[in-house]
Design a protein around this ligand. Structure first.
Ligand code: HEM
Length: 390
């Protein structure tokens, strides 16, 4: 059994992933909690796996031995358990709300939102952009976009600060889940009382008027929209700023680009903040590469490795914002492909534009090698980003 998810994997996963791609591409690995899983590392296999309906994320297909992932309690787990037809119905409800067309108007307010977080900072200030920007940003954005009340936004930010900023006493998973459920419940009640014409207000109204989504589905959907993607957005924003601080040539390409979404796609490919897709369970015996996967076994599709596969991308370990990275897999593909894709691209472009237009000569205040990376094996991003704004 291969052990790969040790200390240092998040900061620099590329050499070990290159080795695994070279040695057959599919490996039985031990996950950090202990249970084994199949890790799939080559681009062609990862892409095929994302589109293979014999691989499901519904945990009821999981066998007893393998990695299953974090057990989310009911009712927050309803999205993961949903059968394909219900899952498709739930996705449709959100797809329209987060479409590029719907986001277009909201997008115009994105720079102001970034500005509101950074307004008081003067040139010459030394600050941590993870704490100051990357962690509060998703709360501000998601709060605005879904239409959360002021108290619920505060609670969401409080949850983010306590779980994502380094702390001597990190909260226990059980306490975090209780807080998440409280925020989901309070947000739903607030939207119901306000009868507001917001994403959340419309989802609650659909539940109240038609029963679809039902109450468990509504909780599961909100759990996804509020929490599941929070950390990876923090990771992308912090990782992108870190990458571009050292690369004025790439900053210029971004600044001059009329269309910035493909540059963000390249950052998504290069950084791959979502290292692995959610665990998939084989519903039947199948073959990947030269390996037989038994029914019930877990398959981890490594998006980061696919995004750095030289069979698919030239010089994959180099960042090149002129590269067409549209086929990168950092936002997934197929029936679980990221619903936040338009938001992610728009927001990241707005953040980078704002930070580097206002402070073009920003520097790190510590050597880059001293920056710690979050140690989770499914996500990767810098834990702190100490800079001097200039
Ligand atoms: C940098 C930021 C983000 C990254 C890298 C990212 C990446 C991903 C990936 C890789 C998946 C597929 C997971 C799988 O196949 O198992 C996914 C699904 C999803 N994403 Fe994102 N995401 C981001 C931000 C967001 C945001 C901001 C939202 C919403 C506001 C969002 C909503 C969703 C939802 C609802 C799904 C689940 C779809 C499903 O299971 O059908 N994501 N995301």
């Amino acid at each position: 059994m291969t052990e790969i998810f040790g200390a240092g994997f998040a900061a620099d996963p590329w050499p070990v992933l290159a080795r695994l791609r070279g040695e057959g591409g599919v490996h039985r690995v031990r996950t950090p909690d202990g249970p084994p899983a199949w890790l799939v590392t080559r681009y062609a296999d990862v892409r095929a796996g994302l589109l293979d309906d014999r691989l499901t994320s519904r945990t009821r297909w999981a066998g007893a031995e393998d990695y299953v992932g974090f057990a989310v309690p009911a009712p927050l787990n309803s999205m993961v358990l949903a059968e394909p037809v219900d899952h498709a119905r739930l996705r449709r409800m959100v797809t329209g709300e987060l479409s590029p067309r719907r986001l277009a108007e909201w997008t115009r307010t994105a720079p102001a939102l970034v500005d509101s977080l950074l307004r008081e900072l003067d040139s010459g200030t030394e600050t941590d952009l993870v704490e100051r920007l990357a962690v509060p940003l998703p709360a501000a954005v998601i709060g605005e976009l879904l239409g959360l009340g002021a108290a619920e936004r505060e609670s969401l930010l409080g949850w983010a600060n306590s779980t994502l900023l380094p702390s001597a006493t990190p909260p226990r998973a059980r306490d975090t889940l209780t807080t998440m459920l409280e925020i989901v419940t309070a947000s739903t009640e607030q939207a119901r009382a306000a009868r507001a014409d917001t994403v959340l207000g419309r989802l609650v109204a659909a539940h109240d008027d038609t029963g679809s989504p039902n109450s468990n589905e509504l909780a599961g959907l909100l759990f996804y929209l509020l929490f599941v993607w929070y950390e990876v957005l923090v990771d992308l924003v912090a990782g992108s700023v870190l990458t571009l601080i050292g690369r004025p040539d790439q900053r210029k390409i971004l600044h001059d680009a009329a269309e910035k979404h493909s540059a963000v796609d390249e950052l998504l490919r290069y950084l791959s903040p979502q290292v692995l897709a959610g665990p998939r369970f084989a519903t039947t015996e199948l073959t990947i590469g030269e390996h037989t996967i038994l029914a019930g076994q877990t398959v981890l599709l490594c998006l980061a490795s696919a995004n750095h596969d030289p069979e698919f991308f030239d010089s994959p370990d180099d960042i090149d914002l002129t590269r067409a990275s549209h086929a990168q897999l950092g936002l997934g593909l197929g029936m679980h492909a990221c619903l936040g894709n338009a938001l992610v691209r728009t927001l990241t472009a707005a953040v980078l534009d704002h930070v580097f237009t206002r402070w073009p000569d920003t520097t790190l205040t510590v050597p880059e090698r001293d920056i710690a990376w979050r140690s989770g094996f499914r996500h990767r991003g810098p834990q702190t980003l100490p800079v001097k704004l200039a």
